[in-house]
Ligand binder design. Structure first.
Ligand code: CU
Length: 150
């Protein structure tokens, strides 16, 4: 009886250990970033590891509608000028401010209005430092940060 009991506990411990491993963050980086009605992201730096799957949630924690204070999260390729891209993006209203056929975007979310949120999943690009911005007209001046792949 005593043996059975300890065996059951060992099994239980093994189960928990296995479960913890399965939920480990080694393969996945979960990131939540917020945008508000003051044209601000709450993060100016996001760090992930090469090879990780990034699960990124963008939350618009404001109340203003998309047309007035839309936010997205756009990860730019290295070497992209934020200003040049931001200007081009501001003319792409019909495509949620992502220039059609652009080669400067690694990945981006949809455009959100107040109270909305969205989640995207992507493979971290190769190690290095990348810029992220909100491409809604004029927002890139304040809504930007570094996406660092280690
Ligand atoms: Cu924005």
């Amino acid at each position: 009886m005593r043996f059975l009991k300890s065996g059951a506990i060992t099994l239980l411990l093994f189960f928990f250990a296995f479960n913890a491993t399965a939920q480990s963050t080694a393969d996945t980086a979960k990131v939540t970033i917020e945008g508000n009605d003051k044209m601000q992201f709450n993060l100016d730096e996001i760090k992930v590891k090469a090879g990780q799957t990034v699960v990124l949630t963008l939350k618009h924690v404001g109340k203003l509608p998309k047309a007035a204070m839309g936010h997205n999260w756009v990860l730019l390729t290295q070497g992209t000028s934020i200003q040049e891209f931001g200007l081009a993006a501001s003319k792409a209203k019909d495509n949620e401010y992502i220039p059609e056929g652009t080669e400067n975007v690694i990945v981006h979310t949809e455009l959100l209005g107040g109270g909305e949120q969205t989640t995207i999943e992507f493979e971290a690009p190769e190690a290095g430092t990348y810029d992220f911005i909100c491409s809604f007209p004029g927002h890139y001046a304040m809504m930007k940060g570094k996406f660092i792949v280690e």
